[in-house]
Design a binder for this molecule. Structure first.
Ligand SMILES: [Zn+2]
Length: 402
């Protein structure tokens, strides 16, 4: 084992949802990890809603997950400086995933990473619309908390502190500590009978609230003026007859509208500063705990994530290369490696299951595509959504590749 690639300091890691652990039993998952040489389980401690097919779950096939809940027993004293308090899962209200998993990994050498969804939370954004992202027309986004509101930031710090103080965790993997991905979300029968342009989507995924106005004013930008331009652009774009299938924004659009360049800078600065502050506070309290950003190359621009500038404030990046083609996977990881310039560890995530990495030879090919880039570990996404056959292929592929 580990003859050719013994420099994977961040190890092989498998994303696991809490319901997998509760329904299947932690021992079964830990045993799979042990025999497949998986070294860390990335367990979702705080997660969003969704409707998922669970092919090997012993009690259900289709599962509708609750929105914005945590799967461990929170400690109320940790949350005194924010109105936002964690909401415990109702379906699994008597079970604590960290306690269950910590017991099951004991003596196995397997570690736990806490996969943590942050600002994407429809329960909090609906309950506290004054803390939500606000679009250029003044409407709150009921799915997303604003990245510049202190109470939202404090909640995330509290959540991480609660986990780190009470459980043994190697890395906290942060999802959605940023702006939203775009205007579409798949939320509550969302329907748009107008063409949605990628720029319009970017403009909707930006926050124009009073807090963001203050922060951007300190940076030397006039967000009210930008908001006016954003509204004019969106209103014009709704009548476009072409380009009506939204894709994520690419760099070439920066040339299209000069004010977009300012918005890129504003969003990058806000998200980078959020990570800088957060990591400083967390490292002061928990010096050994690593902070990782879950990054999607397609949505980074909309979210305000610039790997080159944020790398200084991260321990690692979990980089989602959810592509079918090994060359795309390879090229995307190489680009991320250049952007990070060794300031933060790079751990690509391969998407398992059909039509991505679903057969042994494809998994091997995709593993080699990322290993050839000289990376620090590999994530596999995820345990519960793929068939038992895919899991078996994953175990075999790992043994044959490393
Ligand atoms: Zn805001």
């Amino acid at each position: 084992m580990r003859t050719a690639y013994n420099d994977l300091t961040e190890g092989l890691r498998l994303f696991v949802h809490s319901w997998d652990i509760f329904d299947e039993g932690a021992n079964r998952i830990v045993e799979f990890a042990r025999k497949s040489h998986i070294e860390f389980l990335n367990v979702a401690v705080s997660y969003h809603a969704g409707r998922f097919m669970l092919p090997h779950n012993p009690t259900k096939r289709m599962y509708t997950a609750e929105e914005g809940t945590v799967y461990f027993e929170p400690h109320p004293e940790q949350y005194s400086n924010s109105r936002i308090k964690p909401i415990r899962s109702d379906i699994y209200k008597n079970l604590d995933v960290m306690e269950v998993l910590s017991g099951a990994i004991d003596g196995t050498g397997i570690g736990i990473n806490a996969w943590t969804v942050c600002f994407h939370n429809a329960v909090f954004a609906s309950k506290f619309p004054e803390l939500a992202v606000v679009d250029p027309y003044g409407s709150p986004d009921h799915n997303y908390l604003c990245p510049t509101r202190t109470e939202n930031f404090n909640y995330v710090v509290n959540l991480i502190s609660d986990i780190a103080e009470n459980y043994e965790v190697s890395t906290v993997q942060l999802e959605s500590l940023s702006f939203p991905n775009g205007v579409r979300h798949g939320y509550h029968h969302e329907n748009f009978l107008v063409p949605i342009n990628p720029v319009a989507s970017f403009l909707f995924s930006t926050c124009y609230c009073s807090s963001c106005q203050n922060v951007t004013s300190d940076m030397g930008f006039d967000l009210v003026e930008i908001k006016g331009k954003a509204k004019r652009f969106i209103d014009r774009s709704l009548t476009f007859e072409e380009n009506n299938s939204e894709v994520y924004l690419t760099d070439e659009y920066r040339e299209l509208e000069p004010f977009l360049d300012n918005l890129f800078s504003i969003k990058n600065k806000i998200v980078t500063e959020t990570y800088r502050k957060l990591r400083e506070i967390i490292h002061r309290k928990f010096p050994k705990l690593k902070i990782s950003l879950i990054s999607n190359p397609e949505t980074n621009r909309n979210q305000g994530i610039n790997l080159s500038s944020i790398a200084d404030h991260l321990d690692a990046v979990d980089y989602l290369v959810y592509f079918q083609d090994a060359k795309n996977i390879h090229d995307s990881v190489l680009k991320a490696k250049t952007d990070l310039s060794k300031k933060a560890k790079l751990v690509p995530a391969l998407k398992m299951g059909y039509p991505f990495s679903y057969k042994e030879d494809i998994i091997q090919k995709n593993m080699r595509a990322v290993l050839d880039c000289g990376i620090d570990g590999i994530n596999f996404y995820n345990y519960g959504w793929v068939t038992s056959e895919v899991l078996e292929s994953l175990g075999n592929a790992i043994k044959k590749t490393l």
